[in-house]
Design a binder for this molecule. Structure first.
Ligand SMILES: [Zn+2]
Length: 180
C-alpha cells in the first residue's frame, strides 16, 4: 500500500512509517511515523491496548488501524509530547508543565510519592484550591490548561514552575552525561 506522508512541518524532512516491536509481557508492535531528519514523531500506537476510536468504545486497534492512525496524526500535525515540547516557546512550555503538574495532583496520576514532581504538583494544587480555581467538592470536570493559565498570573506560581523545570533539566543533563 502506498501512503502519502507530508514532509516534516518542522524541518521539511522526509517522514517514514515505523513499526517497532517492544518485548513486554508479550511482543507489542508499535506503529508510528517519524521524520528521518529531525526525529519529530507521532505517538506510538499498538494493537494490544484499547483505544477509543472516533469516540466509540474502547477496543484494541487492528494493525491497519494503528498504522493509519499514525499516518493520519502525522498528516494532521499531531505529534507526541516529546516533539511538541521540543518546539514550544518558553511560555507555552511553562503552561504545558503547569497543566501537567496539576493533572498529577488532581487526577492522581501515578507518580512517585515524595518526588520533586509529586511535591511540586501538590504545591500547585494547593495554591489553585486556595484561589478557588479548583474545588474537589464542586464535582466539576476542570480544564486544567485553563486553571494553569489562570494560576500562572501569579509570579510565585511561575517561579515554582520555572524552578521545577530547571531542576528536571539539570537532572536530565546529569543522566545524559552519565552522572545520574
Ligand atoms: Zn523533521
Amino acid at each position: 500500500m502506498k501512503i502519502d506522508l507530508k514532509p516534516c512541518p518542522y524541518c521539511g524532512g522526509i517522514a517514514k512509517g515505523h513499526i517497532k516491536t517492544v518485548e513486554s509481557f508479550k511482543k507489542i508492535h508499535n506503529y508510528y511515523v517519524v521524520c528521518t531528519k529531525c526525529g519529530a514523531s507521532t505517538e506510538r500506537y499498538d494493537t494490544e491496548f484499547a483505544y477509543s476510536i472516533n469516540g466509540k468504545r474502547f477496543r484494541p486497534m487492528t494493525k491497519k488501524e494503528a498504522a493509519e492512525k499514525a499516518v493520519c496524526d502525522w498528516n494532521n500535525g499531531i505529534f507526541d509530547t516529546k516533539t511538541r515540547l521540543l518546539h514550544m516557546t518558553e511560555q507555552e512550555k511553562i503552561l504545558w508543565h503547569t497543566a501537567d503538574l496539576l493533572k498529577v495532583a488532581w487526577h492522581g496520576v501515578n507518580v512517585l510519592v515524595g518526588s520533586l514532581r509529586w511535591e511540586t504538583a501538590w504545591k500547585l494544587r494547593k495554591m489553585a484550591e486556595e484561589r478557588k480555581l479548583l474545588c474537589l467538592s464542586s464535582g466539576k470536570d476542570y480544564d486544567l490548561e485553563v486553571v494553569a493559565d489562570e494560576l500562572l498570573h501569579d509570579d510565585t506560581v511561575r517561579c515554582i514552575v520555572c524552578n521545577y523545570l530547571e531542576e528536571i533539566r539539570n537532572s536530565q543533563e546529569d543522566s545524559a552525561n552519565g552522572n545520574g
